[in-house]
Design a protein around this ligand. Structure first.
Ligand code: WQD
Length: 338
């Protein structure tokens, strides 16, 4: 069974390719390498012993997408990670985000609609909830007005898929709303490779721990939470990758209740920024140099998942603790800085 993974050289994509191969799927990756490195193929191969097929294609080029599907008629399913994902950048360059995240989605869906049957997994995000009113967040929490064009592309993406599935009986899709992915594969062969100064918390913590950054800025400790810092649901990337395989198999095996479903993918536990720092200090044995500064505009106070639907209907549950995930991030940081 051949599965296309777009953005398969990226952080979550590469970990999902590993899990797919280990479940016996044949994988072909499309990536434009704009925010990833072809070297990641070596890491995947080192773990699984199987080098995935890879084609460097810019999915914004419609004729290239059509040509790919003509040459790979045996693709049974697509896991679609390829997208731009920097919240701040999306505010400065909205059209880059709408073209790259929406245009490419439409081209992929058009190809899948030509097939009698196709399974499609969409990389969505808890960002669609904005600051939800109730914790933990369930899938039927209202989708709020997006705080950024990036978040808007995830909301629009879900709507485009839902509308298409309504009129395309052969198309079965699942949107996975990720909470905060973190960590690296236990083999330390693949992991997060942020380009430039990391936007996300965990890579900034590990880069500070290894001395690449002088100090972590904690964006505010005056939030209405126990320790004053924001709370998030930090999910280990391998747990998240496994969720994609479970979701894909649900569709391939025809177990889905509707031809468009949505699942939160998180641990169900919230951790504050200070708790994440304490986790790093426990697993590394190092004191982290940080300083509390002003809030970062656009940050929400709290977000963590209600995972009942994923646990009971999808049949997936996160298995790793925050410390285990943080340890993997630290081991990876040390390895890539060797
Ligand atoms: C987490 C917490 C920061 C950096 C974003 C996207 C989301 C998803 C994950 C793509 C916040 C604090 C951070 C730092 C800090 N991306 N922080 N100092 O903002 O929850 O989610 O990334 O899908 O869509 O919105 O993640 O890691 O940036 O921040 O204090 O140097 O860490 O204020 O409270 P976020 P994050």
């Amino acid at each position: 069974m051949k599965i296309l993974v777009t953005g398969g050289l990226g952080f979550i994509g590469s970990h999902t390719v590993v899990e797919l191969q280990e479940k016996g799927f044949e994988v072909v990756i499309i990536d434009d390498c704009s925010n990833s490195d072809e070297q990641v193929l070596n890491g995947i191969t080192a773990i699984t012993g199987k080098r995935p097929e890879f084609e460097k294609i810019d999915l914004k080029e419609k004729d290239k997408v059509e040509d790919f599907f003509k040459r790979h008629q045996d693709v049974a399913g697509v896991i679609h990670f390829a997208a731009s994902k920097a919240v701040g950048e999306s505010v400065e360059k909205p059209l880059l985000y709408y073209e790259n995240n929406i245009g490419t989605l439409v081209y992929i869906l058009k190809e899948l609609c030509k097939k009698n049957k196709a399974s499609f997994i969409f990389s969505s995000s808890c960002t669609v909830y904005g600051q939800a009113d109730k914790m933990p967040i369930t899938e039927d929490a209202p989708v709020k007005v997006a705080e950024s064009p990036y978040g808007n592309t995830k909301q629009m993406g879900e709507e485009i898929i839902a509308d298409t599935c309504k009129v395309t009986p052969g198309l079965n899709a699942i949107a996975l709303r990720y909470f905060n992915p973190m960590g690296a594969h236990p083999s330390a062969e693949i992991g997060e490779l942020p380009k430039g100064v990391p936007q996300n918390l965990v890579p900034f913590i590990t880069q500070t721990g290894i001395g690449l950054r002088d100090q972590l800025a904690v964006f505010g400790d005056d939030y209405p939470t126990e320790d004053g810092t924001c709370i998030r649901d930090y999910i280990y990337v391998v747990d998240l990758a496994k969720a994609h395989v479970v979701a894909l198999e649900r569709l391939l095996d025809g177990k889905n209740a509707d031809n468009y479903e949505v699942f939160n993918v998180g641990t169900g536990t919230g951790s504050s920024v200070l708790e994440a720092i304490q986790s790093f200090e426990r697993v590394s044995g190092k004191k982290l140099n940080y300083k509390v500064v002003d809030r970062r505009p656009g940050d929400i106070t709290t977000a963590y998942a209600d995972t009942t639907k994923a646990n009971e209907i999808l049949g997936w549950k996160s298995e790793y603790t925050l410390d285990e995930a943080m340890k993997s991030a630290w081991v990876w940081e040390q390895k890539i800085r060797d």
